[in-house]
Design a protein around this ligand. Structure first.
Ligand code: FES
Length: 123
């Protein structure tokens, strides 16, 4: 059998009457619930803070009319003309119309959004 490449560590003196780390049943009944509560508490707190700090990640609208409780656009069909291209990625500088910003958004995020195109049927 090969010997280890380093010398063994010297043994440390232990206090009289002890032979290492021992935990009684009574101590375990306290330690285990406290440890479980600490783990669960840490998980819940970290989840709470990660949710609140990443809240804007879940939002689609990052900049448009943020003072309004709801962003709504309405158009009459007669005013659309032969074709209209509407943004669905919420990144257009000409919102609600598409300006092609979805291409950059898709490249950066791996998303696949594109515009809504409304056009009259070809006669
Ligand atoms: S810019 Fe948003 S869909 Fe084209």
């Amino acid at each position: 059998m090969a010997s280890p490449p380093f010398p063994p560590l010297p043994t440390l003196p232990s206090p009289a009457g002890t032979s290492g780390f021992r935990v009684s049943k009574e101590q375990l009944t306290t330690i285990v619930p406290v440890a479980v509560a600490a783990v669960v508490g840490t998980y819940l707190v970290s989840r709470y803070f990660s949710r609140s700090s990443s809240c804007s990640k879940g939002k689609v609208n990052l900049t448009l009319n943020k003072d309004s409780p709801k962003v709504v656009h309405s158009f009459d069909m007669e005013d659309i003309g032969s074709k209209a291209v509407y943004c669905r990625c919420w990144r257009s500088k000409k919102f609600p119309y598409c300006d092609g910003s979805h291409t950059k958004h898709n490249e950066e995020t791996g998303d696949n959004v594109g515009p809504l195109i409304i056009k009259k049927k070809d006669a």
